[in-house]
Design a protein around this ligand. Structure first.
Ligand code: CO8
Length: 258
């Protein structure tokens, strides 16, 4: 794995881990850091040894938002020319499952990064918010879109307008978080889940992710067509033959991801 300045990477079996690592500023996301996260994700996405990507933060927060110092003097033309959100667009094109484990603060751009994850596990202490309104800006990396798709228009508007912090329990009730864990167990338990997912046939995992994501954006009939094509596609895989043969032979299947 490459050397990074603001993140750390390591693998645990077939799980590729990315640690946000700017704890002195609560993992505030500067542009280089987002680019590093993207590079690590894309590297894992190409790596045959890795089946699941895992994202978590070092220190006392997952991420307290975009780096305010870095953007304070930006103007709209420099931002348009910089096109920083191209990196964010590519984050959501990653094919392998991305599991996020969040704790402490999960704010602004940090919350948007959490919403890029396919599944989100949280420590009991986590606080979620979009505090951008208090800086006279607004979410810019998908927050208004992804949160609204998850919890609905009126709840999203009320929350983003208020800038309020919501607890882990509230986020869980709203369906933002899959599972809650005591702080000390968060990483271990979430990694356990990631490893179990890594045991599943990777092509099925990948095409299920694609199809479920289409359900969010496509009308039903188009989504159904998309699902069907992916279903057919899996019947060309060696793993499909292996999975069904193993069932008939009453043995554990050995999935290769082909
Ligand atoms: N940017 C830069 N530095 C930060 C950030 C941040 N978002 N958050 C915290 N820090 C720094 C603090 O300045 C402080 O540094 P120093 O020790 O040098 O003073 C250090 O981290 C520790 O923070 P605090 O002392 O403030 O810790 P507290 O426990 O007292 O407070 C809070 C924690 C409540 C999280 C507080 O730090 C805070 O309010 N932070 C800012 C939260 C915020 O407004 N986030 C939204 C930012 S805007 C945004 O995310 C827009 C997204 C747009 C697209 C995404 C592009 C990447």
């Amino acid at each position: 794995m490459s050397d990074y300045q603001f993140i750390q990477t390591e693998s645990d079996g077939q799980v590729g881990i990315v640690w946000l690592n700017r704890p002195e500023v609560l993992n505030a996301l500067n542009r280089t850091m987002v680019n590093e996260i993207l590079s690590a994700f894309e590297e894992y996405d190409r790596d045959d040894e890795i089946r699941v990507i895992f994202l978590a933060g070092r220190g006392r927060a997952f991420a307290a938002g975009a780096d305010i110092d870095e953007m304070a003097e930006d103007d709209s033309v420099s931002m348009e020319l910089m096109n920083q959100f191209a990196d964010w667009d590519r984050l959501s094109l990653v094919k392998k499952p991305v599991i996020g484990a969040v704790h402490g603060f999960c704010l602004g751009g940090g919350f948007e990064l959490a919403l890029v994850c396919d599944l989100l596990f949280a420590a009991n202490d986590v606080k979620f918010a979009f505090p951008e309104i208090n800086l006279a800006v607004m979410p810019g990396a998908g927050g208004t879109q992804r949160l609204t798709k998850l919890i609905g228009k009126t709840k999203a508007l009320e929350w983003i307008w208020s800038g309020d912090m919501r607890t882990a329990k509230e986020a869980h009730e709203l369906g933002i978080v899959n599972r809650l864990y005591p702080n000390d167990d968060l990483v271990e338990e979430s990694l356990k889940f990631a490893k179990e997912l890594a045991e599943k046939p990777p092509l099925s995992v990948r095409l299920i992710k694609e199809a479920v994501n289409k359900a969010v954006d496509y009308p039903l009939q188009e989504g159904m067509f998309f699902e069907r094509k992916n279903f057919y596609l899996l019947f060309s895989s060696e793993d499909q033959k292996e999975g069904m043969k193993a069932f008939v032979e009453k043995r554990k299947p050995d999935f290769k991801g082909r």
